[in-house]
Design a protein around this ligand. Structure first.
Ligand code: UTP
Length: 477
C-alpha cells in the first residue's frame, strides 16, 4: 500500500484520462474510510497502462500469429543418454549442491492466484493436499526445503508471492502454524500488483461502490514484484544468486533440484525450465518451441492441431516438451530486466466477474463471461534470456497438480499420483507394496520429505518400513 497518495481530484483526472471516471460514481456517498480505500486502489493503478490495455487487449485484441519458423526446443533428457552425458550430469549436480551449500539458492513460490477452479475458501497454499496427513501445500514445500537444508547443511530462504486477495490470510496461516518450524526470518512474503477487470465495453468494473473488481496481474507479475518488494535486495544481502521458481499447486514438486539448477548454472543460463513429455499431442500444457534461436512457450490453444500431433519417424511427438511452470532464474537476470525496463505481453482471459450496476447500484452475478482479465505469464520472459536450458523431469516423480475441485488435476487425482509414486519408490527398493489386479497400489502411502525426495532415498531405509497390508494407510517419516 502507498503511504502518500495523489490528491483525490488528481486521481479522478488520471482515471478520466483513461476513460474510467465512472469508478468514482458513488464517491460522494462513501464513508471517509471507504473513500480512502478507493483512492488507494486508484493510486496503485497505472492508468496509462490501463488505457493501452483496454484498447489493445479488450476492445481490439490482435489474433495470435504463429511464428512461421517454429521448431521443437532441445532439452536435456531426464536420464543421461550416454557416458559423456552422465559425466555432465554428475558435474551439474555437484554444481547445484555447491550452490546450495553456499546458500546461493532461494526457493520462490508464486501463490498470488485466485484459485477459482479449485473453489477452496482460502489461499490455495492452505489446501490440505496429501492423502493421509492432509498436509497443506505450503507445509509440503517447507518440509521439502527443510529436508534439503538438513541434507546439505545449509539455509534456503523462502520467498512467497501473494496478492491482495490472499496476503493477510497467507501470512496468518504461517503464523498460526509457527511457520512449520522454519525460522520466520528465513521467509519473506510480498504481494504482486493487481489490475482491474474490464467489461467488454471497455469500462473498468466495480465490485462495490468503494472497490474496483481487481485481480492479480498474472504470474509474470512476479518478475516485477521481486524487484518492487525488495525481495531481490534481500536475496543480494543473503548472497542468493539463483531463484528456484515453482507454483503453489503441486504437492510433490521438487522445490529445489540440485541437478536442474546445476545444469542451468553450468550453462550460464538466465532463465531455464523443466519440461514433461506430453502424454498426447493436445495435452493442455504450454509447448516449448525454438523461434529464431530463442526458447518460447506456445500455449496449447495456440499450437495448431497438425503441429501438436506431428510425429517424428520414431513415433515420438515432434513437439513433445510440455511446460509445468518450473524455472531456475538467475537473480541478476531479474535485476537486469527491472533496471532496463521490460514489458511482458498481456494475455486476455474472458471471465464471469460479479460487479455492481452503475445505474441501480445492484450486484450482478453474470451467468456467462462478461469481462476481460489481463495477465502476464512468467514464461514470456524466456525469449528475453541470453541463455536458457530445458531439463526433462518424470511425470510421476514430480507432477501432481491440483487445479480443479474434481476430475483431472484435482485433489483426488493428486492423491492417487502421490500413492502410485510412493509405491513405485518402495518397490524399487524391493519393499513389497500390495497391488490390485490392475497393478495399482492397494494401500494409501504417504512419505514425508524427510523420508525421501528421490526414489534412491528409500533404499537405505527399508528396515524402517513395516509390512504393508492391503487396504491400509501407511505414513512414513
Ligand atoms: P493458475 O493459472 O492455476 O491460476 O496459476 P489460479 O489463479 O491459481 O487459479 P484459477 O485459474 O483461478 O483456477 C498458476 C500459478 O500461478 C500463480 C498461482 O498462485 C499458481 O501458483 N499465480 C497466478 C500468481 O501467483 N499470480 C497470478 O496473478 C496468477
Amino acid at each position: 500500500m502507498l503511504n502518500s497518495i495523489p490528491r483525490h481530484d488528481e486521481l479522478v483526472q488520471s482515471a478520466a484520462a483513461a476513460g474510467q471516471a465512472h469508478i468514482f460514481k458513488f464517491y460522494d456517498s462513501l464513508s471517509d474510510a471507504d473513500k480512502r480505500h478507493l483512492d488507494l486502489q486508484a493510486a496503485a493503478i497505472d492508468w496509462d497502462l490501463i488505457a493501452r490495455l483496454i484498447s489493445d487487449v479488450v476492445l481490439k485484441p490482435e489474433p495470435f500469429t504463429l511464428p512461421n519458423n517454429i521448431e521443437p526446443a532441445p532439452y536435456f533428457s531426464y536420464l543421461p543418454a550416454d557416458a559423456a552425458m552422465r559425466d555432465h550430469y554428475t558435474l551439474a549436480k555437484q554444481r547445484g549442491v555447491t550452490l546450495l551449500r553456499e546458500g546461493k539458492i532461494a526457493a520462490f513460490v508464486v501463490a498470488g492466484g485466485q484459485g477459482t477452479r479449485l473453489g477452496w475458501p482460502g489461499p490455495k497454499g492452505t489446501f490440505p493436499a496429501t492423502p493421509i496427513k492432509k498436509k497443506p501445500l505450503f507445509q509440503c514445500f517447507v518440509e521439502y526445503i527443510r529436508a534439503m537444508e538438513a541434507r546439505h547443511h545449509t539455509t534456503i530462504p523462502f520467498y512467497i508471492m501473494t496478492s491482495t486477495v490472499n496476503h493477510g490470510a497467507t501470512v496468518d496461516f504461517f503464523k498460526k502454524h509457527q511457520y512449520f518450524s522454519m525460522p520466520e526470518s528465513q521467509i519473506m512474503f510480498f504481494s504482486q500488483d493487481m489490475l482491474p477487470a474490464v467489461g467488454f465495453d471497455g469500462k473498468v468494473l466495480l465490485e462495490s461502490p468503494c472497490s474496483m473488481a481487481l485481480s492479480p496481474n498474472g504470474h509474470g507479475g512476479s518478475l516485477l514484484a521481486l524487484h518492487k518488494s525488495g525481495a531481490l535486495s534481500d536475496m543480494r544481502r543473503r548472497g542468493v544468486t539463483q531463484i528456484s521458481y515453482f507454483q503453489v499447486d503441486n504437492p510433490i514438486v521438487r522445490c529445489i533440484d540440485p541437478l536442474f539448477i546445476g545444469l542451468h548454472d553450468l550453462h550460464e543460463a538466465d532463465m531455464s525450465s523443466k519440461m514433461l513429455p506430453k502424454a498426447f499431442g493436445k495435452e493442455k500444457l504450454g509447448n516449448f518451441c525454438l523461434v529464431d534461436g530463442k526458447i518460447v512457450v506456445i500455449e496449447y490453444s495456440d499450437l495448431p492441431g497438425e503441429l501438436a500431433e506431428a510425429r517424428l519417424p520414431d513415433g515420438q511427438l515432434k513437439f513433445r516438451a510440455g511446460s509445468i511452470a518450473l524455472h531456475a532464474i538467475r537473480r541478476s537476470f531479474v535485476e537486469q530486466l527491472n533496471a532496463h525496463g521490460f514489458a511482458l505481453p498481456y494475455h486476455r482471459a474472458e471471465k464471469k466477474v460479479p460487479h455492481i450496476d452503475l445505474n441501480s447500484g445492484e450486484i450482478i452475478n453474470p451467468a456467462k463471461p462478461n469481462a476481460v482479465k489481463m495477465e502476464t505469464f512468467v514464461f514470456d520472459a524466456l525469449p528475453l534470456a541470453q541463455q536458457s536450458i530445458i531439463y526433462e523431469t518424470d511425470r510421476l516423480d514430480e507432477f501432481a497438480p491440483i487445479k480443479n475441485s474434481e476430475g483431472v488435476d484435482s485433489p483426488a487425482s493428486a492423491a492417487d499420483i502421490i500413492t502410485r509414486r510412493n509405491a513405485n519408490w518402495l518397490d524399487s527398493a524391493h519393499i513389497k507394496t500390495p497391488r490390485k489386479p490392475d497393478g495399482s497400489p492397494d494401500a494409501v502411502i504417504e512419505l514425508s520429505a524427510s523420508f525421501a525426495i528421490y526414489p534412491e532415498d528409500v533404499a537405505d531405509k527399508y528396515t524402517r518400513v513395516p509390512e504393508i497390508q492391503p487396504g491400509t494407510q501407511v505414513y512414513l517419516e
